[in-house]
Design a protein around this ligand. Structure first.
Ligand SMILES: NC(=O)c1ccc[n+]([C@@H]2O[C@H](COP(=O)([O-])OP(=O)(O)OC[C@H]3O[C@@H](n4cnc5c(N)ncnc54)[C@H](OP(=O)(O)O)[C@@H]3O)[C@@H](O)[C@H]2O)c1
Length: 246
């Protein structure tokens, strides 16, 4: 299968998508054996794989595994249920934009943070937008005076606001701030489980979840893709294409 040295990819021939993380033993071992300069073919364990959602093109599918599975695992591990309210920090990013749609698909009400230029985008995904920064907790309390049931932090640096808006018995987790562990929260890393990626792919097809692709770059311009990503304000995902397969 074609391989790009990143954490998420879509494979064109096998009609599968997969997600992996270099810190996980099988892939780390593979990288060690093959070197880390990038290569065209690699064998991966079947347990990492899932079918590509029929409703997404290849570029969108390439943007799904890492960001989508991260959001899916956080929201399902927090036990988000239909009718509950969740606050998502970082709603316009790759993880957050998928997290909003997954939470909506699970039947939750969603409040999400972004800068004002992204508020219409958040609304289009099904969330009530709020601006991050000073006064965030008060803005969330204005929308939900009794507090929120769940907080999913997909941005980092929001612990005070998280604790200030959680309802009694509320649950919270972060993928970008390990300090949550000292405050009753869960610090999470995505785990490349193919079966869960398949659940997510099915949810995508069932609920018309979309992957916002901010921009695509051909592989020779991958460095520009990294530079753009470093500004911290990407809406959705940046995708690097190997061939024109979208
Ligand atoms: N633990 C894990 O397994 C795991 C997995 C994936 C990612 N991560 C981490 O999770 C974070 C998010 O990843 P990502 O891929 O979604 O990043 P991303 O797509 O690069 O995030 C960019 C978005 O962040 C928003 N943003 C910037 N500062 C913010 C703030 N203070 N509050 C709320 N939103 C803010 C921006 O919105 P505006 O333009 O509107 O400001 C932009 O849309 C990163 O730190 C990443 O390293 C962890």
């Amino acid at each position: 299968m074609s391989f790009v040295p990143r954490k998420a990819l879509a494979m064109t021939e096998e009609a599968l998508i997969t997600c992996f993380h270099v810190s996980r033993a099988p892939v780390r071992q593979a990288l060690k054996e093959l070197g880390d300069e990038g290569y065209e073919y690699i064998a991966l364990p079947e347990r990492l794989l899932a079918r590509k959602p029929a409703s997404l093109g290849w570029n969108e599918s390439a943007g799904l595994p890492l960001a989508g599975l991260t959001a899916y695992q956080v929201l399902t591990r927090l036990g988000l249920k239909a009718g509950e309210t969740v606050l998502i920090h970082g709603g316009a990013g790759g993880v957050g934009s998928l997290g909003i749609q997954i939470a909506v698909a699970l039947g939750a009400k969603v409040i999400a943070t972004a800068s004002e230029k992204n508020h219409d985008f958040l609304r289009s995904l099904g969330a009530e937008p709020v601006s991050y920064g000073e006064g965030l907790a008060a803005r969330v309390r204005a929308l939900r005076p009794q507090g929120v049931d769940v907080v999913a932090d997909f941005a980092g640096g929001n612990l005070d606001a998280t604790l200030a808006v959680l309802a009694d018995g509320g649950r919270h987790a972060s993928i970008a701030d390990s300090d949550v562990e000292q405050h009753g929260g869960t610090w999470m890393w995505v785990n490349p489980v193919g079966a869960e990626l398949q659940e997510l792919a099915d949810l995508v097809d069932e609920h018309g979840i979309r992957v916002e692709v901010a921009r695509t770059f051909p592989l020779p311009q991958a460095a520009d893709a990294f530079l753009l990503n470093m500004d911290g304000h990407t809406r959705g995902k940046i995708v690097v294409t190997v061939d024109d397969v979208a």
